[in-house]
Design a protein around this ligand. Structure first.
Ligand SMILES: [Zn+2]
Length: 557
């Protein structure tokens, strides 16, 4: 095998500046391909093809890793050379897929380690990095240092320093991967003899594959996160919370809320990634059906009254409120919000944040907001009687108020307000619209026709409380699973909605203190589509699977 490095470097003359070419020759082999991709117009695939061409090695667009890869080559060597034993390998023949053309040193080192002369092939650096983290866990290259390592002829200080750098790198990789996977939360949970890290993606928790030797870095990882959030690292007995400003790979600032909770085996750390902060969400993005979107127009154009969005935590209420605020903002209206925390930034809107620890609760801030001459007020959540009272009164005195309540369905919000001791006539005269919502997962493009039994479907409809005269079930699809959706079959989420609009009949029912169920039944007769019915439409349109909607069966009882 020849020494390709000089030749290889020269082949990139057209793509890299002289300074970058010099830096490339100093870059460790594990990073060379990434360096070229980051600093030239070549993407990972075109670079790999070019490397294959130069070295006359075979280029693989994709490949399968050998099942016992780490027995053939140590994880450390795999990471250090960014090369993987492929599934094509047999007892007699070792096939190694590399992200860069192997150097003479690498070749002889690998021969001495494996006792075999490998056949080299080339694949893209992103493909190889992805397969390494899938097979050996995120951070296997940074935390892959094994005890009694073959390179461990260095002193203890150096090891400590290396470990520290490795942990900093690992924590940043965990967050970067979470962002790439569209996670909303990261949970770091110490167990008796291990550490678990899980991402919440599309509402579901998914364990993250981690290197096996992670346990010994457990405390260091937790301390690193606490340092990033400027928490007190010596305080381990009391819960703490704070925030991290994380700069992503693309250079944007990500606001992360962190909280720690002492558990049996150490502190559990939760990170909430407020990634959507600068995303311009509009009503059209929320997934309303056309006729539902039209229903929103009237209440949103009123000069006063209250609009409530209801649903459990994580049902997308604040996203909806933000979309409403975006629609309402214009230079002639003054909009003030009170939020906990501010999840989205909206230009031209005055957003304030609740800070309970210094006495700035929703009700306290709301009182100050009213002295600021607002036209439209958004209150993140009505949690107590005081906030409810101020919000309702404000909506009766010439303000349009938007808020959220924690109830299962739209009619439940009315009884919740009555339970909070708000006078029914105040509620009846102020409420313009109540929107209940949930998020359901969207079927990935790998979906397939479900071919469900019609008797089974009829029984599902009964438990969802739906009468559907259109018996065309041909377009119902089921989740399958592919690499894009990590074999889950779902990718992304969609809203389902139930819209209760103010009417004379509703007004009378509130004043007469009718039950939520009576109100719901009357509203349905008046044409309100329930959450379940809205979800069923999505199932029939093959946007979501039946099991996503069945989770909401019987929820009106
Ligand atoms: Zn898929």
């Amino acid at each position: 095998m020849n020494e390709f490095s000089l030749e290889t470097t020269n082949s990139f003359k057209d793509f890299l500046s002289q300074a970058d070419l010099d830096r490339l020759s100093l870059t460790p082999i594990s990073r060379k391909a990434h360096f070229v991709v980051e600093n030239s117009s070549l993407n990972a695939d075109s670079l790999a093809e070019k490397l294959a061409q130069i070295s006359k090695l075979e280029y693989l667009k994709d490949f399968e890793i050998a099942p016992n890869a780490e027995k053939i080559l140590s994880v450390k060597l795999i990471c250090e050379y960014q090369c993987l034993p492929s599934k094509e390998s047999t007892d007699n023949q070792l096939v190694l897929v590399s992200a860069w053309i192997p150097s003479e040193d690498e070749v002889s080192w690998i021969i001495s380690q494996t006792g075999r002369i490998p056949i080299w092939k080339i694949s893209s650096c992103t493909k190889i990095a992805e397969k390494i983290s899938q097979s050996f866990g995120i951070g296997s290259d940074s935390l892959g240092m094994e005890e009694g390592d073959e390179f461990a002829d260095i002193n203890d200080d150096d090891i400590a320093e290396d470990e520290n750098a490795a942990i900093i790198k690992f924590v940043s990789e965990i967050i970067t991967k979470a962002l790439a996977d569209r996670a909303t939360d990261i949970h770091i949970e110490p167990q008796k003899n291990s550490l678990t890290i899980r991402y919440r993606i599309d509402g579901n928790l998914l364990p993250v594959k981690l290197p096996e030797n992670l346990t010994r870095f457990k405390d260091a990882i937790i301390s690193r996160l606490k340092i990033m959030a400027r928490l007190n690292i010596s305080e381990k007995r009391r819960p703490q919370d704070g925030r991290i400003n994380f700069v992503s790979k693309s250079g944007s600032d990500i606001d992360i809320r962190i909280s720690s909770l002492p558990t049996m085996y150490g502190e559990s750390i939760s990170l909430r990634l407020l990634t959507q902060k600068s995303q311009p969400v509009t009503i059209a993005d929320l997934g309303f059906m056309t006729e539902d979107q039209a229903k929103l127009e009237i209440p949103l154009s009123r000069p006063h009254g209250i609009i409530l969005v209801t649903g459990p935590t994580g049902s997308g209420k604040s996203t909806t409120l933000t979309a409403f605020i975006r629609k309402l903002r214009n230079p002639e209206v003054r909009i003030i919000t009170v939020e906990d925390p501010v999840e989205y930034e909206v230009e031209g809107v005055n957003q304030t944040q609740v800070q309970a620890e210094i006495g700035l609760t929703f009700s306290a801030v709301l009182r100050s907001v009213l002295r600021q001459d607002p036209d439209i007020i958004m209150v993140g959540e009505i949690r107590d009687r005081e906030t409810a009272d101020i919000a309702i009164r404000a909506s009766l005195t010439g303000h349009l108020v938007l808020s959220t309540l924690h109830t299962n369905d739209a009619s439940g919000a009315l009884t919740r307000l009555i339970d909070m001791d708000i006078e029914p006539f105040l509620i009846a005269s102020s409420v313009e619209m109540i929107l209940a919502q949930r998020l359901v997962r969207k079927l990935c493009t790998c979906k397939q026709p479900a071919m469900l039994d019609s008797h089974y479907l009829e029984s599902c409809l009964t438990s969802l409380g739906i009468k559907d005269d259109n018996k065309d079930f041909s377009n119902i699809h089921k989740a399958v699973g592919c690499p894009k959706c990590r074999s889950i079959g779902y990718y992304g989420r969609l809203g389902i909605f139930e819209i209760l609009l103010a009417s004379d009949a509703l007004h009378d029912m509130i004043i007469n203190r009718r039950t939520a169920r009576d109100i719901r039944n009357a509203a349905r007769k008046g044409g309100m589509r329930t959450l379940q019915e809205c979800g069923w439409q999505l199932v029939k349109n093959s946007l979501t699977g039946l099991e996503e909607i069945m989770a909401y069966a019987h929820s009106d009882e």
